[in-house]
Design a protein around this ligand. Structure first.
Ligand code: FAD
Length: 319
């Protein structure tokens, strides 16, 4: 009976996101059968050294699938699935993983727990997931009862541990022809949040309606540059067009889990907090001492952001 773990991820020119290394570590920690890594597109095989460093026992590269297609990729994975020797499938809980895992779950008839924080193996061999519910207000323990269990993992929560192996590269070739894919991604544009993707960022400087006007985000850009941070925002400022929608963090935006999250001129509405509850430290700058953000902040500065932020930037630059 299949008892391995299949780790499915996207790659870009051979670069792997940090969450993939976290997924490989989690996959090994389950103590099940072989950990197989599957990725797609041009330069997929260039990911092999990283897979070897972080403990993938086996690797599969489908380089001919150059354009992402959720219907095409899920059909190909489902067709080849028996050859992967897996009863657990892991995805990153990023936009790509959310899209493909949902489709694959339907095609395989497998239960899926999304945006999980932790996974652990039960004595029965099944996997228990811990995931946030009610916009992060509570944590639920989830066990999936279908023969194949699927999970997506939130980035930046689990450690990535080096575990050197010599992966076997499997020659598994699905017969699903890319020409039959119904919908493909024809162009990919990286979001303009500096050079750091928000969901992967270690430090995030985020602005809300308290910034007053789009041009004032320059203050946050300067602070972020000093810190090596990414810039994010609350939803209303993205809706207003002050910043691109890719900045929007929260229940209906990106879920982030940095080490430090700066909430600047953000009140701390429940829908915003849903996206930042995985942050290790929250630093709030707000001129209203009663702002709800101070209830969750580890450090708070009550003051006018237009005075505080430039001073903070200067102090950090001077370090
Ligand atoms: P405000 O609530 O207006 O807060 C601005 C803050 O700036 C205030 O606390 C104020 O004291 C402070 N401030 C003002 N001037 C200064 C100054 N000079 N110096 C320092 N501080 C200052 N919101 C999200 O962010 N993400 C979501 O994903 C999201 N999803 C939603 C989904 C639904 C279904 C709904 C109904 C709402 C959602 N919202 C979301 C909106 C959310 O409810 C809040 O309205 C929003 O988060 C508030 O944004 P804000 O904190 O930027 O603005």
């Amino acid at each position: 009976m299949a008892n391995g773990v299949l780790v499915i991820f996207d790659q870009n020119a051979g670069d792997i996101r940090h969450v993939v290394l976290e997924m490989l570590t989690v996959a090994r920690s389950l103590g099940k059968g072989p950990v197989t890594a599957l990725t797609f597109g041009t330069d997929a095989a260039k990911t092999l050294p990283k897979l070897a460093e972080y403990g993938a026992d086996r690797a599969v590269f489908w380089e001919s699938y150059t354009q992402y297609s959720s219907d095409g990729f899920s059909a190909a994975i489902a067709q080849s699935f028996p050859q992967f020797d897996a009863d657990v499938i892991l995805f990153p809980a990023n936009a790509w993983g959310k899209d493909l895992s949902a489709r694959l779950s339907e095609v395989l008839g497998a239960g899926l727990a999304t945006d999980c924080l932790h996974l652990e193996a039960e004595a029965s061999g099944r996997v228990k997931a811990i995931r946030p519910v009610y916009a992060g207000k509570a944590l639920a323990e989830v066990v999936i009862n279908t023969p194949v269990q699927m999970f997506s993992l939130r980035p930046n929560i689990n450690a990535a541990e080096v575990h050197h192996v010599n992966p076997e590269v499997l020659d598994i070739a699905p017969s699903v022809d890319p020409a039959t894919f119904q919908a493909v991604v024809v162009e990919r544009k990286e979001a303009q949040t500096g050079t750091i993707e928000l969901t992967e960022a270690d430090i995030i400087v985020s602005g809300g309606r308290g910034m007053k006007a789009p041009e004032n985000f320059q203050l946050l850009d300067a602070l972020a540059a000093a810190l090596g941070a990414a810039v994010g925002s609350s939803r209303p400022v993205a809706d207003e067009g002050w910043v691109p929608h890719s900045y929007h963090i929260g229940q209906t935006g990106k879920v982030v889990s940095p080490t430090v999250y700066f909430a600047i001129g953000i009140s701390g509405a429940i829908q915003h907090l849903a996206g930042i509850s995985g942050s290790k430290y929250i630093v709030a700058v707000n001129n209203d001492p009663e702002a709800p953000i101070f209830k969750v902040a580890n450090y708070g500065i009550v003051g006018d952001l237009f005075e505080v932020v430039p001073r903070l930037t200067e102090e950090i630059k001077a370090l």
